[in-house]
Design a protein around this ligand. Structure first.
Ligand code: NI
Ligand code: MN
Length: 225
């Protein structure tokens, strides 16, 4: 699996010759001006919750690529109502496409569309294929429910928000990494806006001090698991 960081909470995962795009928020991200949404591939678009900073570019990309939108029931029905292709799941449920398993798991956050309408309950995803598994937490606080994840999945990478203010910060993300039993973390949801600006060196060193790797990679670059 090749995991590319596209800024904020947006990542793209290349698995089994398919591309899964998660939480596209690029055109209004001042740090992602070098990413061209018109060139992004997507066979599936996964959405953790309905906030603007997770859905902004969904329609543009789905229209061009015909990608199938996978999220909670309310979010998927919203897009199916607008003529897009979608597949609803909900917490605890797993679906499988192209031999890729996608499970929707709990997150503690909120989820409304930009116009205030209900966006279901927020979640994260556990994505597995061919013995490799990645957890994408979505916007969340640290939660004891994370301890359920290693009961069904041995993680190779966890994508965790670390920017604080709207989600957990670095210290809680270290607890989350323990809960999900994964020592390799890709940090997201930091630096995009002033309230979530962080000291990146300090964050990396805090993880290092407890023998975990925090990867904070350039927008547009990748890690392979
Ligand atoms: Ni949010
Ligand atoms: Mn967010």
């Amino acid at each position: 699996m090749q995991v590319t960081y596209l800024g904020h909470a947006c990542i793209s995962i290349r698995i089994n010759n398919k591309t899964i795009l998660i939480d596209p928020f690029i055109t209004a991200n001042p740090l992602a001006k070098h990413i061209d949404v018109a060139k992004l591939a997507a066979d599936y678009i996964l959405i953790t919750h309905a906030h603007q900073d997770h859905i902004l570019d969904v329609e543009t990309i789905a229209k061009r690529t015909g990608a199938k939108i996978i999220s909670n029931y309310e979010i998927v029905m919203h897009y199916i109502g607008k003529g897009f292709s979608g597949h609803p799941i909900n917490h605890g449920g797993t679906c499988e496409f192209d031999a890729i398993k996608i499970k929707y798991v709990n997150a503690i956050h909120t989820s409304s569309f930009p116009d205030g309408t209900y966006g279901g309950q927020p979640g994260g995803f556990v994505i597995s294929h061919n013995g490799k598994t990645i957890y994408v937490a979505g916007d969340t606080a640290v939660t004891y429910d994370m301890q359920l994840i290693p009961m069904h999945a041995k993680l190779d990478l966890a994508v965790l928000p670390i920017g604080d203010n709207f989600t957990m910060g670095v210290d809680d993300a270290i607890i989350a990494a323990d809960f999900v039993q994964c020592a390799k973390i890709l940090g997201c949801h930091y630096d995009t806006f002033p309230p979530i600006e962080i000291d990146k060196n300090a964050a990396v060193n805090k993880f290092k001090a407890v023998e975990k790797e925090l990867h904070l990679i350039e927008i547009g670059s990748s890690v392979t698991i």
